[in-house]
Ligand binder design. Structure first.
Ligand code: HEM
Ligand code: HEM
Length: 198
């Protein structure tokens, strides 16, 4: 299997990055809902679960940078035959997924009032305690952390976290299944088993 993408298929690196991101998204949701449903507030488990959520989110931020760089470094496989509208929807869907991969970790980090203890190995300081916060938010915008946090949290939790991310990923999965089982084309194979054809 080739490392790079070709006109016919995604290469190994793109597949690892894609399925790695999918697993990390599942884990980000899993850690949040585990905390929400199965732990009591202010217990060690509750704290650990949110720290795992932060750590996974930060990992997604790193992976998305690699992903964007890798996408720019080699070509994207051609879409399967379809109408112009289908192709436009596929491109729009992919860009929207890239957007959430960027927006979610950023809003998560900016709005969090605690340090991230990255997988319990080292600390990443919370935004509120950084020079950037002091310069941009405090001095330039003249806002306190509480004022700044509210709209950011709203985007992370209520708009994207609770709705848009789910809907986009659900639509994406349904589109992949539609291609595989209804149109019976190579869309899903390109991201899974398909061998590279140079
Ligand atoms: C792609 C990455 C991420 C995804 C998909 C994600 C997803 C979510 C979701 C679904 C929620 C709950 C929304 C609801 O209330 O229904 C949430 C809450 C939260 N997330 Fe994230 N998140 C990500 C990254 C991060 C990062 C990097 C941080 C911080 C470093 C963070 C901090 C938080 C906080 C503080 C909450 C609120 C917890 C609470 O309500 O007590 N998230 N996130
Ligand atoms: C079970 C879950 C998933 C399935 C079955 C799936 C399937 C696929 C398939 C078949 C493609 C190739 C589409 C094409 O070339 O036309 C693809 C591409 C893509 N997927 Fe997923 N995916 C899943 C989860 C995710 C998640 C969670 C994300 C991000 C949050 C994501 C983001 C993307 C992006 C951005 C592309 C475009 C890749 C590029 O051109 O750089 N996928 N996915």
């Amino acid at each position: 299997m080739g490392i790079k993408n070709t006109v016919e298929s995604y290469g190994t690196i793109a597949k690892i990055l894609h399925w790695g991101t999918a697993a990390l998204f599942l884990a980000a949701y899993g850690s949040y809902y585990y905390r929400h449903w199965f732990t009591e507030e202010k217990t060690p488990e509750n704290f650990s679960a949110i720290q795992v959520h932060f750590s996974i989110g930060v990992t997604i931020a790193v992976v998305v940078v690699l992903r964007v760089l890798w996408r720019m470094a080699n070509r994207t496989p051609d879409l399967e035959p379809g109408t112009k509208l289908e192709h436009m929807a596929a491109h729009a869907g992919h860009y929207a997924l890239y957007a959430i991969m960027i927006i979610m970790p950023i809003t998560g980090y900016l709005g969090t009032g605690a340090n991230t203890n990255y997988f319990f190995m080292f600390e990443i300081p919370q935004f509120q305690n950084t020079r950037i916060f002091e310069f941009v938010v405090n001095n330039t915008l003249g806002m306190t952390f509480e004022e700044f946090e509210k709209p950011i949290d709203f985007i992370h939790k209520d708009v994207f976290g609770a709705w848009i991310v789910w809907l986009l990923i659900l639509g994406h999965i349904l589109a992949a299944l539609y291609h595989h089982f209804v149109k019976k084309d190579r869309t899903l194979k390109k991201m899974t088993t398909s061998k590279r054809i140079s």
